[in-house]
Design a protein around this ligand. Structure first.
Ligand code: PAF
Length: 282
């Protein structure tokens, strides 16, 4: 596996590998790779001849400067993990090189998809995600790109970006990966104490309860009960627990052949912001 730290190095490597004649997979990341990322890389590898993993802590998608500064940067360990999962190259340019100067993002207004839920709580976040992923797609030119279902709203945003600006590109959605305890894997989990990790399981349990409620035919009641339970939990600061259509990020209350209903949650545990989601089986 090779490390490519500039756009020129990427272009030269791609030419030497016959990139444009092959089925190529791409996994964009911000590093701090864990088993969830490894599963994305393995999925890309199973569907492609060559796989590039990008690692870039993208400044334009952070609305909290301290969150950006403290985001883990672990390139060496990430390289080992990417290689073990089957990557052929890690592309890790500087933000300035990728953006062609000072990193900046144009505002994107795609209705609730960019402005509800995560978009409302993290203003400008999806502007930054769209800016960096658009530039990465232009640089890497993959046949397919893999994104994790853990960031469900991001998946919707990327699917729209691909449809509008990269029509030949296939977006592959990889299932969310959980710890054996049920906690959704995230680079942020490393900031939780053992006790915090146990407290965070309340989110998974709430999602399971809503999923059961949907199967029993009373999803609204289950949502109300689980919101109350999470609000009463002193270890959890609930931001939202809701059922929505993952295609639009509009609240869902049943119906619609095309709808992709999910229960989603965001909450803080020990000051760490966690998100999780689960599909509702009708
Ligand atoms: O999901 C992430 O890690 C980031 O949002 C992404 C897609 C790599 C863009 O920086």
């Amino acid at each position: 596996m090779v490390l490519l730290q500039s756009l020129d190095a990427l272009t030269q490597w791609q030419a030497s590998m016959g990139w444009h004649e092959k089925v190529t997979g791409f996994v964009p990341t911000m590093g701090a790779l864990h088993e969830g990322h490894a599963s994305l890389i393995r999925l890309a590898k199973s569907q492609s001849e060559l796989v590039v993993v990008s690692i870039l802590v993208n400044p334009t998608q952070f609305n909290d400067a301290q969150d950006f500064e403290t985001y883990p940067r672990t390139l060496e360990g990430d390289m080992d993990k990417a290689q073990a999962a089957g990557a052929d190259a890690v592309f890790a340019p500087s933000a300035e090189a990728l953006y062609g100067g000072k990193p900046q993002a144009t505002a994107v207004h795609w209705g609730p998809l960019t402005h509800a839920y995560e978009g409302a709580r993290r203003p400008g976040h999806f502007d930054g995600v769209v800016a960096v992923v658009d530039l990465l797609f232009q640089a890497v030119h993959p046949t397919l790109a893999v994104f994790g279902e853990k960031d469900l709203q991001q998946v919707g945003v990327i699917e729209k970006l691909a449809k509008d600006r990269h029509p030949g590109l296939k977006v592959v959605v990889a299932p969310l990966v959980r710890e054996p305890s049920g906690l959704a894997m995230s680079s942020r989990n490393a900031r939780l104490s053992t006790q915090g990790g146990s407290s965070a399981l309340a989110l998974h349990q709430a999602l399971l309860a809503v999923q059961r409620g949907a199967m029993d035919g009373d999803v609204d009641r289950a949502v109300r009960a689980q919101r109350e339970a999470l609000r009463a939990n002193p270890a959890v600061t609930l931001e939202y627990l809701d059922v929505l259509d993952a295609l639009t990020f509009v609240p869902w209350s049943g119906g619609g052949q095309e709808a992709r209903p999910y229960v989603v949650v965001a909450a803080e545990v020990e000051g760490v912001r966690l998100i999780d989601n689960m599909p509702l089986k009708a």
